[in-house]
Design a protein around this ligand. Structure first.
Ligand code: GLN
Length: 544
């Protein structure tokens, strides 16, 4: 039987409880426990796949093809555990399961109700995670804020779950905001008290409290929280604002959260091997020089839409001792005329994934500029598709080359929905999702960065490169260096006569970890660094 940690949040949203959950996961993993992580999201969408990035930031994709909340990206980056469909459960999924069972007559004529049918279905997801993962400890974050109508069934389900499994197999961690009033220099504990009381009114008495605060707290505050929230003083933790998110792990570890967890679960408190993580954080805090990367996208006002791309760039930066400075370039404002002015000071360019025509011509302008000016470039998913279109239009001289995503009847559908691609499946929900094998040529510029074979990479797209054009591309210097070994679908493309002009149909960012940067990003940053150094040398010489 697994032990269960439930993380709830109070006072405000965006408290960073996903980071707290991930940090606890990392520490427990470093103690040798097998862990599994889950997020319960209270919204009614069946999964976040259809949510606009404006609403919910990026959609993170797991190996088994689940479209999930971006917190799953934190979980995977912090713990380096591959999560699954069982890791992200929404109210919509729970309800659709219950309604499906009701239609199939599974409830034998009973009135179907929130308690017990919805709560049973929620508990079933906990038990499934336990059975399938074989984990020692399962960490489940409850999305939303305590007090929201939407999260009530989840809270009721975990309350029942404690009753079933007992205190020593379940642990409630409540994360709350501790506001600091700048003018009076005071820390306020009242919102934390109220939120804990609210949770108590639902039958859940937290075992631990994590206080999110911008300032340090003294003993008195800890005592006050302990007294008013009825939590042991040793179980009150501070999660202070940090510059490097990975530092949250070390902060909680310093406060001995792991030994308190072990004590609660009556588990032997073995040592946590923290050295690698400490070195990582130390390294991040001491990065000396900077590489400037232009990220050309449609949602640049909303950085969460590209969270994993940013983290993947940063991770590759750590490997080369470089800090990454991102320039957020709005593709809707970019064209051939202003491309030079906008892009000339960057050492590398990323054209990330995307959907729809809006802003695509600006991305094509960036691709053209990087191709002609030998600037290191990484295209991801839509980035590969647009790279192919730009090349077809301007090198292969096929002016109406396009994707059927927004030009269904173009003469040269370089990117297309392939025949038989989705045989027997209706078009809705037909994205190619999750991990597929990649066969990469050993002549590829990215090949030297891969050390583990076979390679599997994660996908989230509907359209594919049209293989009718493959020979033409290869013959004219655009090397199709990676393909799916079974279907022959194009996975990687790169320009021969260019230091690093590479793109992938898959999303390399989902498999990057702070300690294990992804080969595609390593390649980009290695070449961007070289490009910057050459540029600086040339400037230095011309100034002499
Ligand atoms: N819109 C493209 C497709 O559906 C690319 C998707 C993406 O970049 N994730 O194929």
């Amino acid at each position: 039987m697994a032990k269960f940690i439930f993380i709830t949040g109070g006072v405000v949203s965006s408290l960073g409880k996903g980071i707290v959950a991930s940090s606890i996961g990392r520490i427990l993993k470093n103690k040798g426990f097998k862990i599994f992580m889950q997020k319960f999201d209270p919204y009614i969408n069946v999964d976040p796949g259809t949510l606009s990035p404006y609403q919910h930031g990026e959609v993170y994709v797991t190996d088994d093809g689940a479209e999930t909340d971006l917190d799953l990206g934190h979980y995977e980056r912090f713990t380096n555990e591959s999560l699954t469909k069982l890791s992200n459960i929404t109210t919509g999924r729970i309800y659709s399961e219950v309604i499906r069972k009701e239609r199939e007559g599974k409830y034998l004529g009973k009135t179907v109700q929130v308690i017990p049918h919805i709560t049973n279905e929620i508990k079933l997801q906990l038990k499934r995670a336990e059975d399938k993962s074989g984990a020692d400890i399962i960490i489940t974050e409850i999305g939303g804020t305590v007090g929201d109508i939407e999260s009530l069934p989840f809270l009721e389900a975990i309350r029942q779950f404690r009753r079933e499994r007992g205190i020593e197999n379940t642990l409630f961690v409540h994360c709350v905001l501790l506001p600091y009033l700048n003018k009076s220099g005071e820390i306020k504990t009242k919102p934390a008290q109220h939120s804990t009381k609210e949770l108590g009114s639902l039958g859940i008495q937290p075992d631990m409290i994590v206080l999110r605060s911008e300032v340090n707290i003294n003993n008195e505050i800890r005592e006050k929280i302990s007294l008013f929230c009825d939590v042991k003083k040793e179980n009150v933790f501070l999660s202070k604002d940090v510059d490097v998110i990975y530092d949250v792990v070390l902060n909680l570890y310093k406060q001995k959260i792991d030994s308190q967890i072990c004590q609660h679960f009556k588990l032997t408190n073995c040592d946590a091997k923290m050295e690698t993580w400490e070195n990582l954080v130390k390294k991040i805090k001491n990065l000396k020089s900077t590489i400037k990367i232009a990220l050309v996208g449609k949602y640049v006002s909303l950085h969460d839409a590209y969270l994993s791309v940013v983290e993947a760039l940063n991770a590759a930066g750590y490997a080369y001792d470089e800090k990454i400075e991102i320039g957020w370039i709005n593709s809707e404002e970019l064209d051939d005329v202003n491309a030079k002015k906008v892009l000339k000071d960057y050492h590398g360019i990323v054209v990330p994934g995307g959907f729809g025509e809006r802003g695509s011509e600006g991305k094509i302008a960036a691709l053209k500029y990087a191709r002609l000016h030998q600037i290191p470039l990484l295209g991801i998913c839509f980035g590969l598709q647009l790279m192919a279109i730009e090349f077809a239009r301007n090198v292969l001289k096929l002016p109406d080359a396009n994707t059927t995503e927004f030009k269904p009847h173009c003469e040269n559908p370089i990117i297309d929905l392939l025949e038989n691609q989705y045989e027997g499946i209706s078009l809705g929900g037909t994205l190619r999702l999750g991990a597929y094998e990649l066969s990469l040529s050993n002549d590829s510029k990215v090949y030297p960065y891969y050390h583990h074979f076979p390679i599997f990479e994660r996908h989230r797209h509907r359209y594919e490169f049209n293989n009718k054009y493959l020979q033409m591309f290869n013959d004219n210097g655009m090397f199709v260096s990676g393909r799916n070994p079974h279907s022959g679908l194009v996975e990687v493309m790169e320009l021969k006569n260019h230091p690093y002009y590479v793109s992938s149909q898959f999303h390399p960012e989902f498999k990057s970890r702070p300690n294990h940067p992804h080969p595609f990003f390593l390649g980009l940053i290695a070449h961007a660094k070289e490009y910057r150094n050459l540029k600086e040398d040339a400037n230095f010489k011309s100034n002499q």
